[in-house]
Design a protein around this ligand. Sequence first.
Ligand code: 1JT
Length: 257
Amino acid sequence: MTALLEGRTGLVLGVANKRSLAWACARALHGAGMRLALTYAGERLERSVRGLAADLGDAPVFPCDVTVPAQVDELFARLGDELGGLDSVLHAIAFAKREELEGEYLQTSLEGWRLAQEISAYSLTQIARGAAPLMEGRDGSIVTLTYLGGERVVPSYNVMGVAKAALEASVRYLANDLGPRGIRVNAISAGPVRTLSASAVAGFNTILDHIEARAPLRRNITAEDVAGACTFLCSPLASGVTGSTVYVDAGYHVMGV
Ligand code: 1JT
C-alpha cells in the first residue's frame, strides 16, 4: 500500500524546537510520505531547525521572517527552483509581546496590536499569495493554527485573541479566493499545549488543569493530536473540506459551563 502523502511536497513554517506543534505536524507529514521543507524565523532558531530537519530525510531549510517581505519572496522563488511545486503549507506562526499577554486587553498599545496582527494574521495571506502559484491544480492544502481565544474571551490571551479572529476570517476569505485554483485553506483550533509559546504565559498550568477537569475527553491534547488533524487536512481524505476551523481540543469548545 502506498503511503497517504507519497509523492507530495510540503512546506512547514513555525518550527522552533522539538516541542513545537509545527514539529509534530512535520514528523507526521513526513511519516505519511511527504517530502518537506522547513523555515526558521531569525538566526537564533536556525541551528535548532537545521538539527530537526536532519530527522526528516535532510529536509531543506530556508530563512523566513514574515516581517521581511524580501525573505518571503526569496523563499518561494527558491522553493520553485529546488522543489518544483508544493502540495501543502503549514503556517504555525504567531507572536505577541509578553506584556500584552497579561492584564487587560483594554491597555493594548497600537504597536503591540499591529505587531500581533502582522505576524500572526497577515502572514497567512502573504504566505498563501506566495505559495499559490506553486500549488495550483493539485488539491493543494494550506493549514494554519488558531486557538479558542480568537472567538471567546480567554483572560490574558488579549491581543492574540484579536489576531486569531483576523486569522480565522482570513482562512474563510482565502478559501474563497483559492478554491477555484484547487487550493483548500483550513485552520486547526488547538487546545493549549506546553510549547515555547506557552512558556510566555503566566498561569499556564492552571489552564491545563481546567481543561483536564472540564473537556469532554477529560484530558489535555498532545502535539500528536494536532499532527493527526494536520495530516488529514493535507490529504485527499479532506478533499471536500475548505474554509473550516477543525477543533483539536478534547471537545472543550462545546462546553457552556
Ligand atoms: C502566542 C503565545 C500564541 C501563546 C499562545 C499562542 N497561541 C496559543 N498560545 C498558548 C496560550 C496563550 C495564552 C493563553 C492560553 C494559551 C505566546 C507568544 C506569542 C504568540 O491564555 C490563557 C495567553
